[in-house]
Design a protein around this ligand. Structure first.
Ligand SMILES: [Zn+2]
Length: 403
C-alpha cells in the first residue's frame, strides 16, 4: 500500500521503516487485557516538517509539545508516578470575555477580572492541595496561575487544542472540567503513569504514559516538506485502517492486480455456460446481461491496468490469469504467487483473448503471495464502484472533460 503512493516520495529503506511503524502503531492500538467486545485504541499522528523520514517513530501514550517553561529537571523532581491529573476544556486566561455562556452580575466597585483571577487561584490551591501533578488545559492558562502551580511542582500544559482532548481523556481517565466557578469534583481527576522528555530528530516532545492499558500511541512522522508529509500522514492512516479491517474480517485477496485479472477471466468463462439461466433469473435479455458482464470485466481489467503508473503495458497469462508486467527482471506475477517460465503464454491485458478457466494454485509454505489486498477494502471499493455506475446511468446530462 505504501509503495502504491508515489507522492509519498519514499525510497525502499524509508518504505520499510514506515511500514514497520504502521505495524507497530496498529499493534499498540489493540488492547491487551480485554475480554468480550473489544474496541481499538487510537493512534495520534504528529507531523514534523523538514526532517528525514528515518527520524519518524512510534511511541506508546501521548506526545505533546513541551510547555515553554518546562525543563527536564522539573520532570525529574516529580519522582516516580503515577501522578494525579486535572484537565480543563475552558479558558483559564482570566479574561472575562472568555468565561463562556454565563450571565454575569457586576456590582459597582468590583473588578471582575481581579475576582476571576482570585477564583482561578482558588482552583490552583485546590489542585495543589489534592496533589495534582499534571495540570492540562485545552486553552490558555493565566500566567499568574501557571507561576503558582509551577512553584508547587505542578507540570502545566496549556493550549492542548481540541484534537488532543479526546486522546488525553482516554489515556488519563480524567473528565474535562468545563467551569472555573466551582471546585473540581473528585471524580474528574485522572491518572498518568509517567511523564518524560522524548527527542524525535531535532525536536523535543513531552510523553505522557497512561497508568492503564488504553491502547493509545503517538506516531511521529517526519518528511522533507509539507506536501510529502501530508501525503505520508494520509497513507499511514489509511494503511492502519486497512489493518484494522483485516483484523475484523481476516481475509485477504491476491494483490498486485492479480485478483482483478483472475476475477474477470473467471466471470467471463463462467458466463459461457450460465449466461442464459442467470439472465432469465434477473429478468433481462441475454444480450443485455452479456453487455453488463463485459462492462464489469473490462472495468476490473482497467483497475489492473491502472496499477502501472508509468504507462507501461500489462500482460495476463493464459493459464492462471494472473497479472504481469513486461519486465525481464520480474520473475513472478503481480502478487508473486506464479513464477515465470518459458512456456507460460501471456497476452496484453487490453486486447481480446480466448476465454479459459484459470488454473488455481494452492498456497504452500514455500509458495506464498508477496502482495495481498484487504478483502474488506476491496469489497467496499467494488460496492462503491457498482453503486456509482448505477448512479451515473441515471444522470441525464454529462459534462465531459476534453482536455
Ligand atoms: Zn499473481
Amino acid at each position: 500500500m505504501i509503495t502504491s503512493k508515489p507522492a509519498c516520495m519514499l525510497n525502499s529503506r524509508e518504505t520499510q521503516h514506515i511500514s514497520s511503524l504502521i505495524a507497530q502503531a496498529f499493534l499498540y492500538s489493540i488492547p491487551c487485557n480485554s475480554s468480550g467486545v473489544t474496541c481499538f485504541g487510537r493512534t495520534v499522528t504528529i507531523g514534523i516538517e523538514g526532517q528525514s523520514v528515518s527520524d519518524s517513530s512510534v511511541f506508546p501514550g501521548l506526545l505533546v509539545d513541551v510547555p515553554e517553561m518546562l525543563h527536564p529537571a522539573d520532570v525529574e523532581r516529580l519522582g516516580s508516578g503515577p501522578f494525579r491529573v486535572v484537565l480543563f476544556n475552558v479558558s483559564l486566561s482570566g479574561d472575562i470575555s472568555e468565561v463562556g455562556d454565563v450571565t454575569l452580575e457586576i456590582h459597582r466597585g468590583v473588578d471582575p477580572e481581579r475576582d476571576l483571577l482570585k477564583q482561578l487561584l482558588k482552583l490552583g490551591e485546590q489542585v495543589v492541595k489534592e496533589k495534582v501533578r499534571l495540570f492540562a488545559c485545552q486553552k490558555v492558562v493565566h500566567p499568574i496561575l501557571q507561576h503558582y502551580l509551577r512553584k508547587h511542582g505542578v507540570v502545566v500544559i496549556e493550549r492542548l487544542g481540541l484534537a488532543l482532548i479526546e486522546p488525553f481523556v482516554q489515556i488519563t481517565g480524567a473528565q474535562a472540567v468545563a467551569s472555573v466557578c466551582s471546585l473540581v469534583p473528585t471524580e474528574a481527576y485522572g491518572m498518568v503513569k509517567e511523564i518524560c522528555f522524548r527527542s524525535c530528530g531535532s525536536r523535543e516532545l513531552l510523553q505522557i504514559l497512561p497508568s492503564k492499558d488504553t491502547a493509545v500511541s503517538t506516531m511521529v512522522l517526519c518528511h522533507r516538506n509539507e506536501t510529502m508529509l501530508e501525503e505520508l500522514k494520509m497513507t499511514c492512516q489509511r494503511a492502519e485502517h486497512v489493518l484494522r479491517l483485516t483484523l475484523r474480517e481476516p481475509y485477504a485477496l491476491l494483490g498486485g492486480g492479480c485478483t482483478e485479472t483472475l476475477l474477470a477471466t473467471h466471470i467471463t468463462h463462467m458466463n459461457e455456460s450460465s449466461a442464459a439461466t442467470t439472465a432469465a433469473a434477473l429478468c433481462v435479455s441475454q444480450s443485455e446481461f452479456l453487455m453488463a458482464v463485459e462492462a464489469f470485466c473490462s472495468s476490473l481489467q482497467s483497475v489492473a491496468l491502472s496499477l502501472e503508473h508509468d504507462g507501461q503495458d500489462c500482460l495476463i497469462d493464459l493459464t492462471y490469469a494472473h497479472r504481469w508486467v513486461p519486465d525481464i527482471y520480474s520473475k513472478t506475477c503481480g502478487c508473486g504467487l506464479v513464477e515465470d517460465r518459458s512456456n507460460l503464454e501471456k497476452t496484453p491485458l487490453n486486447t481480446a483473448y480466448h476465454t479459459f478457466s484459470p488454473v488455481s494454485l494452492k498456497n504452500s509454505p514455500d509458495n506464498q503471495p508477496r502482495i495481498l489486498d484487504s478483502f474488506s477494502a476491496k469489497l467496499n471499493a467494488l460496492n462503491v464502484a457498482v453503486e456509482m455506475a448505477n448512479f451515473v446511468l441515471d444522470v441525464k446530462y454529462i459534462i465531459k472533460d476534453i482536455n
